[in-house]
Ligand binder design. Structure first.
Ligand SMILES: CC(C)(COP(=O)(O)OP(=O)(O)OC[C@H]1O[C@@H](n2cnc3c(N)ncnc32)[C@H](O)[C@@H]1OP(=O)(O)O)[C@@H](O)C(=O)NCCC(=O)NCCS
Length: 179
């Protein structure tokens, strides 16, 4: 999977370009994961030093090599500024293999529909490339913006899967669950 060309994995929406991160994105990974607003609901994701950002990038990159998909870095067309990250990670939930949807954007980019646009592109891509896997988002009950992004991307509440996560009780939103 590591020999994919960028064209194989770039996702494009009307406003956004989503690309596989490179080492050039480590500073942006560090910045967003040390921003108190961007980690407010998920403090377990917060980083404290650049080495941790480097390690996180390596884990993301390993997953890209293993799976052929992962977390994308999101920019507006024609801009070099990283606005956020959005992607999927294989996990198990109650013994069920699933894809977990992730999105985190810099506060300066919030409120413009960008996360919803990126998440929709990722969910659409996953439905074609991994049609057998349920896709979920684990969201803290107070994180209304994240819940709205999950719904905008086509996920619906799956209360029966709710449970304790890394930062407390998580509400589960899902699509493509088995009957
Ligand atoms: C969650 C997050 C990605 C949303 O980013 P965003 O670019 O502002 O989202 P959008 O502009 O696409 O908005 C999506 C929806 O959320 C709503 N929304 C955005 N901010 C909101 C807020 N503070 N309160 C209530 N609704 C909000 C929008 O109105 C929109 O609703 P709609 O789909 O009904 O039109 C962003 O807040 C973020 O990065 N938060 C920190 C990281 C995080 O919590 N990630 C999720 C972990 S589960």
């Amino acid at each position: 999977m590591s020999d994919q060309s960028p064209a194989d994995i770039e996702l494009r929406t009307s406003r956004l370009s989503l690309l596989r991160p490179t080492t050039e994105d480590i500073d942006a990974i560090f910045a967003i994961h040390t921003d108190p607003e961007a980690t407010l609901h998920n403090p377990s994701d917060a980083l404290t030093n650049r080495d941790e950002a480097h390690d996180l990038y390596e884990r993301w990159n390993d997953q890209w090599q293993r799976c052929g998909y992962g977390y994308w870095v999101v920019r507006r067309h024609g801009s070099s500024r990283q606005l956020g990250f959005c992607g999927i990670k294989p996990m198990e939930l109650y013994g069920m293999k699933i894809l977990n949807l992730f999105y985190r954007f810099i506060p300066a980019a919030w409120g413009q529909g960008l996360a919803g646009e990126a998440a929709t592109a990722v969910v659409t891509w996953a439905s074609r490339k991994a049609p057998d896997l349920p896709l979920i988002a684990r969201v803290r009950p107070a994180n209304i913006a994240s819940q709205r992004v999950a719904v905008r991307a086509g996920l619906t509440r799956a209360e029966h899967l709710d449970g304790i996560g890394f930062d407390g009780f998580d509400w589960i939103f899902a699509t493509n669950l088995p009957e």
